[in-house]
Design a protein around this ligand. Structure first.
Ligand SMILES: C[S@@+](CC[C@H](N)C(=O)[O-])C[C@H]1O[C@@H](n2cnc3c(N)ncnc32)[C@H](O)[C@@H]1O
Length: 391
């Protein structure tokens, strides 16, 4: 493919990504893969180059552009070589017209005032930088040092005692240590959420929103004798946990919940958990480094819907915690309504609960919890709070 043809391909893919973010369609990565499945003539270098253009264009545009061409012109405004690819050649895009300007704010304007006050504009570029690849070492079965030595280019993570960090785009799924369940892919921030649960001994831990079990697996590795119950309403996600737990040799109970009937289905566990983790569904605004088009999917209405669900899940979780036990609330979000404000509202509704210090000195204090951000901590963005039920 000529450089111009690559730019045209990226524009066509971006058109599909834009439509997909409007209609709740597949992620950008899947759209790139599908595009090239239908164009076998493109070589691996072309695919890589086009993919890179697509993601660079998405990263630099906080607002959803109305067309792929506009997104690519935005990128070209910072890259003279790219501008020259708008040359009107056979497979390339038409030249850029005088009226075709470029916009440029990394965070959508409507969201900027909704971020945690700790996330100031100087932190915006880090929200969109490419993320490294973090692995969590299965410390029940091996040591971090052994895994640092097993993976080329690996370094211990600065904050999580279980993590090793590899350069972006490292591939680990063919590595023997991965196949043997000695490591799992998990962002350092996510590992710190599990650490905030203080997993130890034979405690009862209920992971209410376990998904595919990333945090449950971390908890089981840190406390192999703990009784961990992983719950979720999403059958497909939860079904990934069993093979992962087998690979890790972890003991984790699983309970599929019906949305709307969670409280009844968990009533047998009332007041029994030492720790309930609510790793709630959220805007995903802390993971824009990995899913930059997430900014284009988020709307005020979606945000409102998800904050309502978070409040409901916190209220479902509260009675499951035993007196003297702890509720750990986490979201991979940097939006105040999902983090500090959500916890303040919970404490307003539940007078017998008190905020506790989140374990460890990671992140920054944000209301009654702590906030991790890419700029400050080198992790995905997370909010976490520990809430104690009085005895
Ligand atoms: C942030 S994800 C959890 C990620 C997971 N803890 C991990 O570490 O991989 C949020 C999860 O909440 C689940 N969820 C949504 N509504 C729920 C509900 N009403 N009850 C329980 N889980 C729910 C979603 O299916 C999703 O898997």
């Amino acid at each position: 493919m000529t450089p111009s043809a690559r730019v045209q391909a990226a524009i066509e893919i971006l058109d599909e990504v834009i439509a997909s973010t409007r209609n709740d369609g597949p992620p950008a990565d899947a759209i790139v893969t599908r595009y090239f499945k239908a164009r076998r003539y493109a070589g691996s270098k072309d695919r890589r180059a086009v993919r890179d253009l697509v993601f660079r264009a998405i990263r630099r545009s906080g607002e959803r552009p109305n067309a792929g061409r506009k997104a690519m012109i935005g990128l070209a405004s910072e890259d003279a070589e790219l501008t020259s690819s708008f040359d009107g050649s056979a497979h390339g895009p038409p030249p850029i017209g005088d009226e075709e300007g470029a916009e440029g704010s990394l965070v959508p304007a409507w969201l900027q005032s909704q971020l945690s006050p700790l996330v100031t504009a100087d932190e915006f570029p880090a929200l969109l930088e490419r993320a490294p690849l973090d692995l969590r070492v299965n410390v029940a079965r091996t040591t971090r040092q052994a895994m640092v030595e097993a993976f080329e280019g690996a370094e211990p993570t600065a904050l999580s005692p279980w993590g090793i960090r590899l350069p972006p785009d490292s591939h680990v799924d063919q590595h023997a240590a991965f196949a043997e369940g000695l490591v799992e892919v998990q962002d350092e921030g996510s590992q710190l959420i599990a650490l905030a649960c203080d997993p130890q001994g034979s405690t009862n831990i209920l992971d209410l929103c376990a998904g595919a079990g990333g945090k449950s697996l971390a908890l089981a590795a840190a406390a192999p004798d703990a009784h961990i119950l992983a719950c979720d309403t999403n059958r497909a996600r939860l079904s990934n946990l069993e093979p992962r737990a087998e690979r890790a040799v972890a003991r984790i109970g699983i309970r599929l919940l019906d949305g709307g009937r969670e409280a009844q289905q968990l009533a047998d566990l009332d007041g029994q958990a030492d720790v309930v983790l609510v790793d709630a569904p959220c805007s995903g605004s802390g993971t824009w480094r990995r899913n930059p088009e997430g900014r284009w999917r988020l709307t005020a209405e979606r945000l409102q819907r998800v904050t309502k669900l978070q409040a409901r899940l916190l209220d479902i979780a509260a009675p499951l915690v035993k007196p003297g036990g702890t509720l750990v609330y986490a979201v991979c979000s940097i939006i105040a309504a999902e983090g500090a404000d959500q916890v303040a509202a919970f404490l307003g509704r539940h007078s017998s609960w008190l905020a506790q210090d989140a374990l460890g000195s990671f992140g920054r204090k944000d209301g009654d919890g702590r906030l991790l951000t890419p700029a400050h901590d080198g992790t995905d963005g997370f909010f976490v709070a520990r809430l104690g039920r009085s005895c």
